[in-house]
Design a protein around this ligand. Structure first.
Ligand code: C2O
Length: 354
């Protein structure tokens, strides 16, 4: 029918690190690409998923999250819902595995960082990840934790990700490729520049960094979201094109968590492997929350973009039913903060933060 269309993105081997210009290629294409893509339809259920602050999670919330991640890790690797497949989605969209066949530029690679695609891509990515986890544990109210590094008590790596007094083989939220110096009680440095400069006033400095990323460097939509990036353009490597949050607290938390003894600071320190660390999703749930906080400041210029080429950009994901769906930014434009809620298309509640 004309409601569905054949998948016309093409997925290729991707360079491990585009910026370094070396030729190590990796395969991060999702499985079974020959399916039919359906247009995304907002769910009709009325369930509210309340995302929760990772350091304030109840034992029940933490147990559910752990069990759901475990269920994902227990799936065969080539299942579209497996943890490995989910992690590859990030690699595929971030390391240039896809080309823009759909928009008529079969030789142009897509990269969703360093531009205005950063926030909406990651919002969609978490949206499906969260629903898949909920389905795996049969809980339609399941919601992700967010690592609330912008709040004083949330500035350490959240305890549930830390292998303390536990068998690391049984902690499915653990990832061995992290910087051991940055386990609690270390306080995150939201302005981290690849070396530790111990500050007595780290908490205060982090608050200044938040002010910089959400206010002083974010006074208009392009400064906040990132530069214009349209079909047919080469990915923008230029740091000037990157949004305030992406280049600030976002990148710095990635680098602060990744293992400096790995060649590219895997896992969190480099795009291709970042989503292999379960902490990635809690970090990005907080990044998603930054979008809401920025708008709620209601300062002049704190409004969503309205360019048609932004609104019409789309991505392909496996949904919780293993269907391939085409999700468009257009729908995210309709997500407006409403009290504690972000309401989506047709007033469906899309994302809620506790
Ligand atoms: Cu797609 Cu935090 O990076």
């Amino acid at each position: 029918t004309n409601q569905t269309q054949r998948l016309r993105v093409s997925c290729n081997l991707a360079p491990e690190d585009q910026d370094r210009g070396d030729n190590t290629l990796i395969n991060c294409c999702p499985p079974k690409l020959q399916k039919t893509i359906k247009p995304f339809v907002f769910p009709t259920e009325n369930t509210v998923r309340m995302r929760w602050s990772a350091h304030k999670g109840t034992p029940e919330q933490m147990k559910k999250f752990k069990t759901a991640i475990q269920a994902m890790k227990d799936l065969p690797h080539d299942h579209p819902h497996s943890f490995a497949s989910q992690a590859k989605i990030h690699c595929a969209y971030c390391n240039g595995a896809y080309t823009e066949v759909n928009s008529g530029f079969p030789d142009t690679r897509i990269e969703i960082h360093n531009s205005w695609l950063f926030f909406p891509f990651h919002r969609w990515y978490l949206y499906f990840f969260e629903r898949i986890l909920g389905k795996l544990i049969n809980d339609p109210t399941f919601a992700l934790p967010f690592w609330q590094w912008d709040e004083t008590d949330g500035m350490q790596m959240p305890q549930m990700f830390v292998p303390e007094n536990i068998d690391v083989n049984k902690n499915f939220l653990y990832d061995p490729f992290r910087d051991n110096k940055h386990l609690p009680p270390a306080i995150v440095d939201l302005d981290y520049a690849d070396n530790d400069k111990p500050h007595n006033d780290q908490v205060q400095r982090n608050k200044c960094t938040m002010y910089r990323d959400l206010i002083s460097n974010a006074g208009d939509p392009i400064s906040f979201f990132g530069a214009i990036y349209e079909a047919g353009e080469e990915p923008i490597p230029d740091d000037k094109s990157i949004g305030s949050v992406e280049t600030g607290c976002h990148n710095n938390v990635h680098r602060w968590v990744g293992d400096p003894n790995q060649p590219l600071h895997e896992d969190m320190g480099v795009f291709y492997s970042a989503a292999r660390d379960p902490l990635f999703y809690a970090h990005h749930a907080n990044i998603d929350r930054m979008w809401k906080l920025w708008k709620e400041l209601r300062l002049p210029g704190h409004v969503d973009l309205t360019h048609p080429s932004w609104l019409n950009a789309s991505y392909v994901f496996y949904d919780e039913n293993e269907d391939l769906v085409m999700a468009m930014l257009m729908m995210l434009m309709l997500v407006v903060p409403y009290g504690q809620m972000a309401r989506g298309y047709g007033q469906q509640v899309l994302v809620v933060f506790a």
